[in-house]
Design a protein around this ligand. Sequence first.
Ligand code: CDP
Length: 201
Amino acid sequence: MAFTIAIDGPAASGKGTIARALAARYGFAHLDTGLLYRAVGRRMLDGTDPQQAAETLDLADLDEDSLRTAEVAQAASKVAAIPEVRQALLDFQRAFARRAGGAVLDGRDIGTVICPEAEVKLFVIASPEVRARRRFEELAENGFETSYDAVLADVEARDARDMGRADAPLKQAEDAVRIDTSEMSVAAAVARAGEIVDARR
Ligand code: CDP
C-alpha cells in the first residue's frame, strides 16, 4: 500500500534529518530529491548541458559526499530553475513516492508538485541564521573550510532563487503542517513530525 510523507522546506531547515528518522521509524524508503538536482548541477559544472544531464542521470551516481559542497548546491539551485530539468526528473520521483510499502521524500516541491496526494505533508522551516549555523557546522565537520558569513550568503541566495522561480517554486502546500525547528532539538523535531504522521495512519 502506498503512503507518502512529503517534506519540503528551505536549505538546512532540518528536513533531511526528519526524513531519514521517519523513514527508519516506519520502514519506508527515503529519497533526498535535492541529490538529483545536485547531481545535475555537478555535471553542469563539469561542462554537460543541464537538460542532457537530467535526461541521462544515473541514479548510481548519487554519491552523497561529493555532492555536498556549497559550489554544487549553488549549481543545483540554478539547474533546478530550468523546466526541462525538472520535467526529466518528475516520473522517477512520482513513481518513488507511490511505491508499495511507503516513501518519504524531502525537497522543495514534493507536497505541491511531485505528490499533491501525499498522506502527510510537512513544511520544515528555521531562521536563516540558525540554518546557516547548522550548515556551517556540518561543512566544517566534513572538512570543508568556509566561514559562517559565506554560508549565510549561500543559503540566502539559494532561498531567493528557489522561492522566486516560475516553475515549482518553494512554497508551503495549503494542507502542509509547518514545523519551525529554530529552537527545537533534533529529537523534539523528529518527535513532533512522528506525532503528525501517527495521527494520519
Ligand atoms: O540540503 P539543502 O536543503 O541545502 O539542499 P538540497 O535539498 O540538497 O537541494 C539543493 C537545491 O536543489 C535546492 O537549493 C533547490 O534549488 C533544488 N531542489 C529543488 O528545486 N527541488 C527539490 N525537490 C529538491 C531540491
